[in-house]
Design a binder for this molecule. Structure first.
Ligand code: FAD
Ligand code: FES
Length: 507
């Protein structure tokens, strides 16, 4: 342990962090009133420089995917990070700031002082976040995390961005938690498929015949890609993308110079178009909409994303629907209902997902086969649900939203409530999407707006667009405006007028 002089007190700005370095270790200094704090300089989620984040309402907001940490003690407030910040001892001597090169030790796992067993079904975004949150919130009982995928929970959002672009081979996608952390936190991983659940008797069955009882359970089984139900759709070169295995199958087939037809213009479809194009394939998107994402981002941003794809050689085909896939053992083309033929060596289907609730048929389901939960993510006594399978009340309306960060937020709320808390979702949904090296951030879940204004031009980022309804911001969409979006992330939790939002952005 050794203290190092890293800065002068006056160098640390009031409204943002200051990055300093001790040998190879990056550290961010933050002001808390007339005191300072020193934390790890890179976000535990994916390494964003935290000094570029926003300080707002006592929180540090990560510039990349908007994880939030308490400035006071570095405690985790919002995902997608699963961990609090490592804190470094700090002293101010006269005007000089001295920081220790060794962090304080991490808070330990709670003692095994609880007889209860909590079961989490699905170790994806929501399930993994719930397991971490139960320990963070002091649960000392047994935590069982069941998943049918053999791999430890991983970030599936990178599959379409980097996985099938060849930039991050599926086997190199890092786990959300290291195996050692599962051991340290006594979270038991069970590889297996849950086939049924008896909520009244608090038991569940696995495909291998095992039966497990639980004191509380969280269902977090996510979504299943909607299959194409056309003649030829069972050919081996027709793919969907949800898991590492599927990404690997795509990579095993795709060769630079081949022709790929992407059916659908969902986020996964267009991210995959961008990746396969970057991998060297000729890519055609068979889209239902002339302007992709207009519903979520508005026309201007949608057109800009299409233009970005076209500038990189992606061809959009917006007339006709796929009628069948031609080929006997090998895909040859997608034949449309208007007779047109799109030659193809492989087909990737991105036409949305459905809730993976097939094992829970004894529970009441919404029309889309999702599970309806209350504001605290509770399905019924002893049972909670989170993520892509959950329809939850948002601003008084039942909504099912397929976002990574939201799934984790819901899981944290469920975990708190499994422990007897009374937490509810009080945030604004947030997600991001990645095309040809450009990251588009979206805050809000707006279905209608009556004004939209941009700073910058969506076709030439950086830009930020604010969507307003009755003078209040209902959504913000941006590219390369990370700090402004981090600031809005916190402020949009309360009704924020469009004028005030522009003032914040321009600051
Ligand atoms: C390729 C891709 C890219 C994406 N990109 C983005 C993005 O950029 N931004 C964003 O916000 N969102 C993105 N999403 C959406 C996001 O990944 C999901 O909203 C999120 O993963 C939902 O979390 P979840 O925990 O509900 O489900 P999942 O993360 O899918 O986890 C569910 C887990 O449950 C397991 N499971 C299912 N049924 C059973 C069963 N019966 N028994 C045992 N285990 C079971 C599955 O194997 C899976 O591991 C993307 C999704 C995909 C597929
Ligand atoms: S890098 Fe900080 S939230 Fe992703």
């Amino acid at each position: 342990m050794a203290l190092h002089r890293v800065a002068r007190f006056a160098d640390v700005p009031e409204n943002r962090g200051l990055e300093v370095q001790i040998a190879d270790t990056k550290i961010v200094l933050l002001r808390v009133g007339d005191q300072l704090r020193a934390y790890q300089g890179e976000c535990p989620h994916a390494g964003a420089p935290l000094a570029e984040g926003a300080l707002c309402h006592g929180r540090l907001i990560c510039p990349w995917h908007k994880a939030a940490y308490r400035i006071e003690d570095g405690g985790l407030c919002e995902p997608p990070s699963l961990d609090s910040l490592r804190r470094y001892p700090l002293e101010v001597r006269d005007d000089e700031v001295w920081v220790d090169d060794q962090p304080l030790s991490d808070p330990h796992t709670p003692p095994a002082d609880d007889e209860r067993t909590f079961v989490i079904i699905g170790a994806g975004a929501a399930g993994t976040a719930a397991a971490a949150a139960l320990r963070e919130k002091g649960f000392g009982g047994r935590v069982l995390l069941i998943d049918r995928e053999a791999d430890t929970g991983y970030d599936r959002t990178v599959l379409s961005k980097f996985g099938i672009a060849g930039e991050m081979p599926p086997e190199e996608i890092p786990p959300l938690r290291d195996e050692s952390l599962y051991r340290e936190q006594r979270s038991e991983r069970v590889i297996g498929e849950v086939t049924s659940l008896d909520a009244a008797n608090q038991t569940l069955q696995l495909a291998d015949g095992q039966s497990l009882g639980y004191d509380a359970a969280l269902l977090a089984t996510g979504g299943i890609p909607n299959p194409l139900t056309l003649p030829g759709a069972d050919l081996p070169q027709v793919f969907v993308l949800r898991s590492k295995d599927q990404a690997q199958q795509i990579l095993n087939t795709a060769k630079p110079g081949q022709r790929a037809v992407i059916i659908g213009d969902s986020f996964i479809a267009l991210e995959s178009a961008s990746s396969l194009r970057q991998y060297g394939l000729e890519v055609t998107v068979l889209a239902r909409h002339a302007v992709p994402f207009a519903k979520q981002f508005g026309e201007a941003v949608g057109k800009a994303i299409r233009a970005l794809h076209e500038a990189n050689g992606v061809v959009f085909h917006t007339e006709g629907e796929a009628a069948h896939i031609e080929g006997t053992t090998q895909v040859e083309a997608v034949r449309l209902d208007n007779g047109q033929r799109l030659p193809a060596d492989l087909v990737l289907v991105g036409i949305g997902v459905s809730p993976a609730t097939g094992a829970f048929t004894d529970l009441a389901m919404a029309k889309d086969q999702s599970l309806e939960v209350d504001g605290g993510m509770r399905v019924t006594d002893g049972l909670w649900a989170a993520g892509d399978i959950a329809t939850f009340p948002l601003n008084g309306q039942p909504q099912r939203i397929e976002h990574w960060r939201l799934a984790q937020q819901q899981a944290r709320i469920a975990a708190a409530n499994m422990l007897g808390g009374d937490e509810h979702y009080l945030d604004v949904p947030y997600f991001w999407t990645w095309h040809f090296g450009k990251n588009c951030d979206c805050r809000g879940h707006a279905e209608a707006w009556d004004e939209v204004e941009f700073k910058g031009d969506p076709e030439h980022p950086p830009f930020i667009g604010l969507f307003g309804r009755n003078g209040v911001v209902v959504a913000a969409v941006a590219c390369d405006e990370e700090r402004a979006m981090a600031m809005l992330a916190e402020r949009m939790k309360q009704p924020l007028s469009v004028d005030e939002a522009w003032r914040l952005v321009r600051e």
